[in-house]
Design a protein around this ligand. Structure first.
Ligand code: HEM
Length: 344
């Protein structure tokens, strides 16, 4: 695809291998204004240093403009969706600072570490199921049987969702995360309103009777400056959504990379100290999120290298491109976990 041809991220040919496009774009500068398939334009940031700069610079706002082209909240499903979207990823300081501080206070290392035995148990259960299905059917879809359910089950633990409700949570998550045309519109709308109603009831229950879960801690820090019910609702949704798709993509990509690089799989099996490097290199080589959320410039910003972004521009920091910037990562297209080994 020509760098000046309209970009359609949903185009299967582009989605299969976007890296040559990003490399050509980077050749034009660290941030380039490109036409999008929907008729608008956006600045795509592809340089590593420039991406870091954008993510740390408050002149790139996370708050979606009121006229962000979204449909009006005129149906229960759209209203539910709008409520669930009022979360930390769509906010700037000082709101973001407060939400982030409260979240960090609830997610203490001790509480996160306490989840470890339960996560190991859930993983072992799913792997036994994968092995059983493979024996029975000859093959198994790893995303369906493992990479998708594992993070949803773990986030169910974080949110303190009772076991009996986990199947519903999994079903609604699958539906609201599916491409627009993959399911009937009624199925997706119903999942949005069900998630909204379920989280509203869950928060009321946690207020009455807190459990040992992390979400109860967030609910009960709600003294002065704590999260109100609307913020808790959006937080529950953010934890589910921020946590499941990213982890699912990481698990699936790591499996594929190790199966297509058997020498790396053998090396990690021989020396388990290599596993953290495998994870880091997978995050770099196959970024689970292709880009961050959209930002908008609050004033003109000079990013250097000739990239001067005007005020009011839509900006996407393309993590998948920044992670393959040859100025920062030599031989960027190669999958080489050893670049993250101590002393490498
Ligand atoms: C491989 C796994 C993960 C990756 C690659 C990942 C990646 C990211 C990235 C790139 C952002 C910044 C997005 C932006 O600013 O536009 C982000 C934010 C966030 N992620 Fe993750 N994430 C992962 C797992 C999780 C999990 C498991 C959770 C929680 C259950 C989580 C919760 C969040 C939250 C709450 C934010 C918002 C932070 C803020 O705005 O300050 N993430 N994540």
């Amino acid at each position: 695809m020509d760098v000046l041809a309209p970009l359609d991220p949903a185009d299967p040919a582009f989605a299969r291998d976007p890296y040559p496009y990003y490399a050509r774009l980077r050749g034009q500068g660290p941030a380039v204004r490109v036409p999008l398939a929907n008729g608008t334009h956006a600045w795509l940031v592809t340089g590593y240093e420039e991406t870091r700069a954008v993510l740390a610079d408050p002149r790139f706002s996370n708050v979606p403009p009121p006229d962000a082209g979204r449909p009006k909240a005129d149906s229960p499903a759209r209203q539910a969706r709008a409520c669930l979207a009022r979360h930390m990823l769509n906010s700037d300081a000082p709101d973001h600072t407060r939400l982030r501080r409260l979240t960090a206070a609830a997610f203490t290392p001790r509480r996160v570490d306490a989840l470890r035995p339960r996560i190991e148990e859930l993983t072992a259960g799913l792997l036994a199921d994968v092995a059983e299905r493979a024996r029975r059917d000859g093959s198994v879809d790893l995303v369906d049987a493992f990479a998708f359910p594992l993070p949803v089950l773990v986030i169910g633990e974080v949110l303190g969702v009772p076991e009996a409700d986990r199947a519903d949570l999994r079903d609604w998550t699958y539906r609201v995360g599916s491409p627009a045309d993959a399911l009937t519109p009624g199925a997706v709308d119903d999942a949005w309103t069900s998630l909204h109603a379920y989280f509203t009831e869950l928060i009321a229950r946690k207020r009455r009777a807190p459990g040992p879960d992390l979400f109860s801690a967030l609910t009960h820090d709600a003294t002065e400056g704590g999260l109100d019910d609307g913020e808790l609702l959006a937080m529950a949704f953010l934890l589910l959504f921020a946590g499941y798709e990213t982890t699912m993509n990481l698990l699936a990509s790591a499996s594929l990379l190790l199966l297509t690089h058997p020498e790396e799989l053998s090396a990690a099996r021989r020396d388990p100290a290599r596993w953290p490097a495998v994870v880091e290199e997978t995050l770099r080589h196959a970024s689970p999120l292709e880009g961050t959320t959209w930002r908008r410039t609050t004033e003109e910003v000079d990013l250097g290298g000739g990239a001067v972004i005007p005020a009011g521009a839509s900006v996407l920091a393309v993590l998948a491109a920044a992670s393959r910037d040859p100025r920062h990562f030599p031989d960027p297209d190669a999958f080489r976990p050893d670049r993250y080994l101590a002393g490498a």
